[in-house]
Design a protein around this ligand. Structure first.
Ligand code: NAG
Ligand code: NAG
Ligand code: NAG
Length: 411
């Protein structure tokens, strides 16, 4: 840079500026020198440079403010290494192959009678996805255990949505254990603390529901749905791992946006009294391949999307209030873009770049929960009245394929 020190060290301005501020640059007294050096520098800059500085710097700061999260996510492969690889257990299934043979293919024996199965979830507002879940699992579940709080994980008061819709779940009523827990409403607390608190309450509810040793317990969020045949396999086979994660297909907004096949948080446990604790993090290395579906943010109404965005543990991702604008939400979910305008959370540049941009539409509705196909008409997405019809009326089927065209038409 041209205003840097000259070679001799005695001249603080380069030859070019000597004539502009020569008298200052020539001085030797040190205190005055540093001040005058700045003045000299400033005087040396012309108007264009000022303009450049005063527009470039704020622009840079604004850019970093808006995209800082993106920059750090993009650089994630540099500062975070991927978690330890799972040990994938191949999953064998065909409806016409006997259970004895299927168990044997997995290296397990077959039992004389099946284990009892408990499905336990924390419920927030996912009425439709809970229906799809319970219809899918219904034949093999001994007790459906559901716990609801009047607080979201983010400490906002919420209505007891399950209680309000309980009549829609009559089909599980004889096998239902429903409990509520009062929120603690701690302002500014990390949402994961409230979540952990609710999971402890769920442990108690499970004991009330009568769970005992060697019963199967499904630990997963409402939207992580093991396929029916997976649960049937695990209840019939002997010697299955004590704890087993389930690899699920990841969908976003509806079953027409298949993101990847790598959801892993759901797990199945052979219950051990006094030892098993309800958890939703990594608990073992074993994972069973292709064991169901994880449909995140799968709702029918824009209002439900917005509620979830505010309620969920990553509320910090709502960095700007316009993210919650219904029109924007609709545009984003029709496109398959990101509601929080974030980059894919991956561990290698290859994966990040591969997943950038909207999710491609899937044209397969094969091997989805049966209830979804049987009720495709009813499970169409529709927006809240807050969006004017011509701008915002979406009819996007949760089963995807042909009905997505309607979404495109309105976006
Ligand atoms: C497959 O299963 C169906 C129904 O259980 C049965 O009718 C059919 O005969 C089976 N096919 C074979 C090849 O075993
Ligand atoms: C939440 O539930 C608890 C226990 O039922 C109750 O005491 C509390 O008043 C409720 N709070 C709100 C905001 O509804
Ligand atoms: C997920 O797995 C299926 C096969 O089960 C495959 O056809 C599909 O391409 C995979 N999708 C992605 C996004 O990896």
């Amino acid at each position: 840079m041209w205003w840097m020190m000259g070679e001799g060290g005695g001249h603080y301005c380069s030859k070019k500026t000597d004539d502009i501020c020569g008298d200052v640059c020539g001085q030797e007294s040190s205190k005055v020198l540093s001040m005058s050096r700045i003045r000299c520098i400033l005087r040396g800059l012309d108007l264009k440079t000022y303009l450049l500085l005063f527009t470039l710097i704020p622009t840079c700061i604004f850019f970093i403010y808006v995209h800082g999260q993106k920059i750090s996510y993009f650089l994630r492969p540099l500062w975070e290494s991927p978690p330890k690889q799972f040990h994938d257990i191949p999953h064998y299934y065909h409806e016409n192959v006997s259970m004895e043979h299927l168990c044997k293919l997995h290296g397990w024996g077959v039992r004389e009678y099946p284990r009892r199965v408990y499905d336990a979830v924390l419920f927030s507002n996912e009425v439709d996805i809970l229906t799809i879940r319970w219809k899918e699992l219904y034949p093999y579940i001994t007790q459906f255990v559901v716990l609801e709080s009047n607080s979201t994980f983010t400490g906002l008061p919420k209505p007891l949505f399950f209680a309000a819709h309980r009549d829609q779940f009559k089909f599980v009523e004889p096998r239902l254990t429903y409990g509520t827990v009062g929120g603690r409403f701690k302002r500014g607390e990390n949402p994961f603390v409230e979540e952990a608190y609710q999971r402890v309450a769920l442990d108690q509810l499970l004991r009330i529901a009568g769970i005992s040793d060697d019963d199967l317990l499904i630990m997963s969020d409402v939207d992580e749905i093991p396929s029916r045949h997976t649960i049937n396999l695990l209840r019939w086979c002997d010697d299955i791992p004590q704890v087993l994660h389930l690899r699920l297909k990841n969908y976003l907004y509806s079953f027409e946006f298949l993101v990847d096949n790598n959801s892993w948080r759901a797990s199945v446990h052979r219950y051990e009294n006094g030892k098993t604790r309800y958890a939703h993090y990594r608990q073992t290395d074993d994972i069973l391949a292709d064991a169901g579906w994880h449909c995140s943010f799968c709702f029918r109404r824009i209002s439900e999307f917005i509620f979830k965005m505010k309620a969920y543990s990553h509320f910090d991702r709502v960095r700007f209030s316009h993210y919650l604008n219904p029109k924007r939400v609709q545009r984003v979910i029709c496109k398959g873009a990101d509601l929080f305008d974030m980059l894919p959370e991956e561990y290698t540049f290859k994966e990040i770049i591969g997943k950038m941009g909207p999710i491609p539409h899937s044209f397969s509705a094969v091997h989805l929960p049966a209830f979804l196909l049987e009720n495709a008409e009813k499970l169409v997405q529709s927006v809240a009245a807050s969006v004017t019809p011509h701008e915002g009326f979406i009819r996007q089927s949760m089963t995807g394929a042909s009905l997505t065209q309607l979404c495109l038409m309105f976006s």
